[in-house]
Design a protein around this ligand. Structure first.
Ligand code: RP5
Length: 250
């Protein structure tokens, strides 16, 4: 999935990104004029030792790695020891709103089912409290948490739905094209997919909570896909392919 948002979009609190075209993004390519602003949100410094890393990157004692098709591989670091975004320049240095240097791990539940009234395929989405964007009800991995636990917990907290993901299909695992990404901090997510039959769908008691302003079943159409947060549009397209390759959904 080609990243675009993390070079062209930002959170409201971010300074404007230094303009970077896709052709200028790779760290190997010389770009002497590249002079992006440095930004780490105040709340990141306030939560040092809690969900955020120390301000001094040298005090971090884990290896900086990224998930690829070949498994986890080390990422490059700059002259100050700061990890470099594997997708290249983003137009902002520092960590922005992200707590961890390097990758920030998240999990996303992708729950589909068919609308019993219209017969259309739908996906369970939330309206995010921060940006108002339509999104999968995902969130950050807590220390020591298995990904299936993160996905089930985030789904429960944000939508009220209680599902088990221990045997769910991993639809995607890797970097997310998130508007919070910077040169030195980025989101990496694992997406677990579950398709519900009519009885399982009818048994859910939906109620928006935590970071979600609203929760709903949304028809999977271009209008929805074009408005989704981060890489979520791509994830729903992967789920569609998956469903088309298996039995037609019911
Ligand atoms: C996205 O941000 C991930 O795919 C996940 O849905 C989400 C995690 O961030 P928060 O919802 O916790 O802000 O990149």
């Amino acid at each position: 999935m080609a990243p675009t948002k993390h070079r062209k979009q930002s959170e409201k609190s971010y300074p404007p990104r230094f303009p970077v075209e896709e052709s200028q993004a790779a760290w190997d390519l010389p770009f002497p004029e590249y002079d992006p602003p440095e930004y780490t949100a105040p709340q990141v410094f306030e939560h040092e030792g809690d969900w955020a890393d120390p301000a001094d990157v040298k005090a971090v004692n884990r290896p900086f790695v990224t998930r690829t098709d070949r498994g986890e591989v080390p990422v490059r670091v700059d002259e100050g020891g700061r990890p470099l975004n594997p997708l290249g320049r983003t137009g902002i240095r520092g960590r922005g709103l992200l707590g961890k240097w390097g990758r920030n791990l998240a999990g996303d539940p992708l729950v589909t089912s068919v609308d019993p009234e219209t017969g259309r395929l739908q996906v369970l989405v939330i309206e995010r409290g921060d940006s108002g964007a339509c999104a999968l009800p995902g969130g950050m991995v807590d220390e020591g948490e298995a990904i299936s636990e993160t996905v089930a917990r985030e789904l429960r907290e944000e939508t009220g739905a209680d599902l088990c993901f221990q045997t769910s299909k991993v639809l995607y695992a890797g970097i997310a094209d998130d508007p919070r990404n910077t040169d030195h901090a980025w989101m990496e997510t694992t997406v677990l997919h579950q398709h519900l039959n009519p009885a399982a769908r009818a048994g859910l008691r939906l109620r928006a909570g935590d970071d979600a302003r609203a929760v709903r079943w949304a028809d999977v159409d271009e209008l929805l896909l074009g408005s989704m947060h981060a890489s979520h549009q791509g994830f729903v397209r992967l789920a569609l392919q998956e469903l088309q390759q298996t039995a037609p959904p019911n």
